[in-house]
Design a protein around this ligand. Structure first.
Ligand code: ZN
Length: 135
């Protein structure tokens, strides 16, 4: 665990997040810089920097949860499509060096926008909707 890692801090509840899912190994929460409404991040609780570090068993567990949350996001925000992105390394656009999977709702009229900080109240509402849609 790294003390200056924002995702480790979220796991340890030292930093706030709009949580949509949590079990003993994995946590899912709303991105504070969403590309689109409902942009969710899924993170292993253990600190792995990237896909090269995470063990196979743990990544397969992680993606099971990614699937579950993706279905919930689709329902909760009415997404027409979902992009799943996982960046490894600065050159690939990785910004937080704690492995994470992006679940990004897409709409036929949407394109990539500059990330903007969202109102926490809206994120909390979205998180609640997504949480309720997880089966
Ligand atoms: Zn971390």
């Amino acid at each position: 665990m790294s003390t200056n890692c924002i995702f480790c801090n979220i796991v340890q509840k030292k930093s706030p997040a709009s949580i949509v899912y949590e079990d003993d190994k994995i946590i899912g929460f709303m991105s504070i810089q969403p590309i689109n409404n409902g942009h969710t991040l899924v993170v292993p609780k253990k600190h792995y920097e990237n896909i090269y570090e995470i063990p196979e068993e743990e990544i397969s567990e992680l993606y099971k949860i990614v699937k579950k949350i993706t279905q919930a996001v689709k329902i909760a925000v009415g997404a027409e499509g979902i992009r799943i992105i996982q960046n490894n390394g600065k050159a690939a656009g990785q910004v937080i060096f704690h492995m994470h999977v992006h679940i990004i709702p897409m709409y036929s009229d949407s394109h990539w926008k500059h990330p903007k900080v969202r109102d926490v109240k809206i994120l909390d509402q979205d998180a609640k909707k997504i949480h309720q849609a997880i089966s």
